[in-house]
Design a protein. Structure first.
Length: 163
């Protein structure tokens, strides 16, 4: 079984979509480890704030199968296939890591945004602080400690997981 880390984000009815995504991910991958939920300003475009988190799971699926599963979950929750990258979205699921895999195909792993987006790095450091980034060989906690926290606005929020 491979350990995967998944970034979740939404800025269209985000509470509903994050809850639904966690339910769907649990149905596909079993037990999950959830970070706190963080609110952040939109990055790359003007838009409403996002809710973001990182989830860990285990899988025997290939990278392509995992990504396909994520795309289906996104589409099931109203994400428009082929929509522009920097725009509001119901749900965004990104595979950040699959064990220590380093690759560029079928997707880039580890995902580059781990190192430059606070909304990915902080929740990842929260649930996997001692795990090391396979390229830069530093723990996620060390990377978060060194991160320029003035570069992006981000804060943890209370999140009610009950339906």
């Amino acid at each position: 079984m491979a350990k995967i880390f998944i970034s979740l984000g939404s800025n269209i009815d985000p509470e509903r979509h994050l809850k639904a995504a966690v339910i769907d991910l649990e149905a596909h991958f079993g037990e999950l480890v959830l970070s706190s939920v963080f609110e952040s300003e939109a990055v790359g475009f003007d838009g409403t704030n996002f809710l973001n988190m990182v989830v860990a799971a285990e899988t025997e699926l290939s990278i392509a199968e995992v990504v396909s599963t994520f795309k289906q979950i996104e589409q099931d929750h109203g994400r428009v296939k082929g929509a522009k990258k920097f725009a509001p979205r119901t749900l965004d699921l990104d595979l950040l890591l699959l064990d220590d895999t380093i690759c560029n195909h079928p997707i880039e792993l580890p995902r580059a945004e781990i190192l430059y987006n606070a909304f990915v790095l902080w929740p990842l450091a929260e649930i996997a602080p001692s795990l090391c980034h396979p390229v830069v060989n530093q723990s996620y906690q060390a990377l978060w400690n060194a991160y320029d926290k003035t570069s992006q606005t981000l804060w943890p929020v209370e999140f009610n997981w009950s339906k």
